[in-house]
Write a new protein. Structure first.
Ligand code: NAD
Length: 518
């Protein structure tokens, strides 16, 4: 692939044609990244953070221009680009500007047996990290990782999706314009083949966000070089609506959780499990709200729901809709494409056989919700967990204790109670899934630790006091007798433990007086 032609998915207008990076250029990219990291990794943390705050200033100034780039490539409303991508990134930089030092200050481990020695953990940069991103949040998702990588002293090679490369190039420029050292972040343009070439360049860690099939491929190639990988993959998130839920609140949450970003969110509400006693009321109210949504080209009018960003997704929707039709499921709303096939109407599907359908079981990644019912909390939990994925879940109930109990039983990375989806925008909370939704965390202290090497230094507590360890050579009967008596300390019975002390002391004194270790 030599060039990428970017068209606005909402109207087909040509946005730009840009050259791809060649395979031959990858070794130089990696070499430049390593050189740049050597200097950046030794730059004091305070200076690295100051630079990130400069970047935040630049982002605030350029926010409308950045948002327009996102809108033209991705087809989402500008409001979503500003509030769901740029604003959370500003918040994320602000959080890590204060938290990085606190979280990564050297940690002294309280010692148990070896009181004369001390152990300290130091957190050091990994080196060069490779960040591979999808197109649905082409600014927020990579920036979340780039900011943490740069704050912790790494250099970054960034491969944006081939669907949204222009905002990827703008990210590189933001860093250049904010006075960061050359090549501390390099954006590499291309498709999956380029991503594979970058892995062959042996980065120190890979942060991948994307689909399960690509995640599997990446893990295989990374295994060749033993490169560690973080995987943020797909989801089929279920929203559980209990019989005591506030239906107005729950339907408004489902509306935003299912249809914002055209439903192209890994954590969007794709399944609703509603208690059978409130099912009809929920569907009636939800349908009424869905019908108020305005959908269309966000560059021509003010809309709530934008375009289908990519052809591959349209094919998934078509196939799932056909399967639902074959099964006789009912489309309470939607199910139809616009005449130019750039938009799929916000869709709510119900029906007896729904739980066997692909629309209920497989990731849709679009403006489609499949609704089913339950009669007990245990059934809701069982149905929610009956999925290959485990990214997010949500529970709606007026009884917070009941909701927490359900939340604890769900096999997912995050559960929101009386809320949906949005915690990827909270930098202080960890983000990441279970099962086929991947592993590893981003954001929060847990996320920061993914970007550093934890080095353990074990040393004498006081200089000048030096003796040879009791377990060193030569092995002698006195030494063996002393160590054997030590097991007495680990007995469960408290009196037996106490009773072992005199023998231990006697054996120790005999041992070191006859075989001094100084
Ligand atoms: P994708 O897997 O097709 O592509 C993602 C990225 O991987 C792209 O940059 C692509 O060029 C690259 N790639 C493809 N093949 C590669 C290979 N062999 N080696 C290296 N890189 C390769 O996914 P997509 O269509 O861009 O994104 C949609 C998917 O992303 C959905 O499944 C969605 O759920 C998931 N997603 C997950 C999260 C999360 O936080 N868990 C967030 C957003 C999206």
């Amino acid at each position: 692939m030599e060039t990428l032609t970017i068209r606005n998915p909402a109207n087909g207008d040509l946005v730009k044609t840009i050259p791809c990076s060649s395979s031959q250029s990858i070794p130089q990219v990696m070499e430049r990244a390593r050189k740049s990291q050597k200097i950046w990794g030794e730059t004091p943390l305070e200076i690295r953070i100051q630079k990130l705050l400069d970047l935040r200033e630049r982002m605030i100034q350029d926010r409308h221009d950045l948002a327009k780039t996102i809108v033209h490539e991705n087809g989402k409303p500008e409001f979503e680009a500003l509030t769901n991508e740029i604003f959370p990134t500003v918040e994320l930089i602000s959080y890590f500007a204060t938290q990085t030092k606190k979280t990564l200050r050297p940690f002294s481990i309280p010692m148990r047996l070896m009181q004369h020695r001390k152990s300290t953990l130091h957190y050091q940069p990994l080196g060069t990290v490779l960040i591979i991103s999808p197109w649905n949040y082409p600014f927020l998702l990579p920036m979340g990782e780039i900011v943490m990588a740069i704050a912790t002293g790494n250099s970054v090679v960034f491969k944006p999706s081939e669907i949204t490369p222009l905002i990827g190039l703008r990210i590189e420029k933001l860093f250049q314009d904010s006075g960061f050292p050359e090549h501390i972040i390099q954006t590499v343009i291309g498709d999956g083949k380029t991503g594979a070439d970058l892995i062959a360049g042996k980065p120190d860690k890979i942060f991948f966000t994307g689909s399960v099939p690509t995640g599997r491929k990446i893990l295989k190639s990374a295994a060749e070089h033993l490169i560690p990988v973080n995987l943020e993959l797909g989801g089929k998130d279920a929203m559980i609506v209990c019989d005591d839920a506030d239906i107005d609140h729950a339907t408004s949450a489902a509306l935003w959780g299912g249809f914002s970003n055209s439903g192209q969110i890994c954590a969007s509400v794709e399944r609703i499990l509603v208690h059978e006693s409130v099912r009809d009321e929920f569907v009636r109210e939800f349908k009424r709200k869905i019908e108020t949504l305005r959908q269309g080209d966000p560059t021509r009018s003010s809309v709530d729901v934008g375009a289908i960003t990519m052809e591959k997704q349209r094919l998934v929707y078509e196939s799932q809709i056909q399967d639902a039709e074959r099964r006789g499921l009912k489309f309470e709303t939607g199910g139809k494409f616009s005449s130019d096939r750039r938009f799929l109407e916000p869709t709510l599907v119900v029906g007896n056989d729904i739980e066997n359908s692909t629309i209920y079981q497989e990731e849709t990644f679009g403006p489609v919700i499949a609704l089913s019912t339950f009669s007990t909390d245990a059934e809701a939990i069982q149905k929610s967990n009956h999925s290959a994925y485990g990214l997010l879940g949500s529970v709606f109930s007026r009884d917070l204790k009941r909701a927490e109990k359900i939340a604890l039983a769900l096999e997912v990375g995050t559960v929101t109670i009386n809320e949906v989806v949005y915690t990827a925008g909270l930098p202080e909370t960890p983000w990441g899934g279970r099962k086929e939704s991947g592993y590893g965390k981003k954001h929060s202290a847990h996320g920061l630790f993914e970007f550093v090497h934890t080095k353990h230094i074990h040393e004498p507590r006081w200089s000048g006091l030096q003796f040879k360890s009791l377990w060193w050579y030569p092995y002698t009967p006195l030494q063996a007798r002393f160590f054997d008596s030590l097991f007495g300390l680990y007995q469960r019975d408290y009196l037996a433990k106490l009773a072992s002390l005199p023998t231990i002391l006697r054996n120790l004194i005999t041992f070191i007086s006859k075989e001094p270790r100084i």
